[in-house]
Design a protein around this ligand. Structure first.
Ligand SMILES: [Zn+2]
Length: 106
């Protein structure tokens, strides 16, 4: 039995606020909801899988995943989702963008 606070360390600290808000929403639906997995997918987006997820829970999770698309995984600032160039995607703000020299992309 694990819930979102047990999995906050599974993704970057910048998404902590998103996960906390999601935890609060899920608790209102089912106090004993159970997490299967929290991770960053190959597109650099937050993913949350629950055990026995209802359509209502799925909607809350989708909202959180959409927020992660615009939130830096390192610090929680406004961010963009981009291909890191080394085979993976990530969501980072300007400060944490490893390709900061490519300013034209902004
Ligand atoms: Zn950042």
């Amino acid at each position: 039995m694990s819930q979102i606070p047990d999995h906050c360390g599974d993704v970057g600290p910048g998404w902590g606020g998103i996960l906390e808000a999601l935890h609060q929403r899920l608790k209102l639906i089912d106090k004993s909801y159970t997490v299967n997995k929290v991770f960053t997918d190959e597109f650099g987006i937050l993913r949350v899988y629950l055990v026995n997820e209802t359509p209502e829970m799925w909607q809350c999770i989708t909202d959180a995943e959409d927020r992660s698309r615009h939130t830096c995984e390192e610090c929680g600032s406004g961010a963009r989702n981009f291909n890191s160039g080394s085979g993976g995607w990530m969501t980072r703000c300007r400060t944490h963008d490893p390709h900061i020299e490519r300013e034209e992309l902004w």
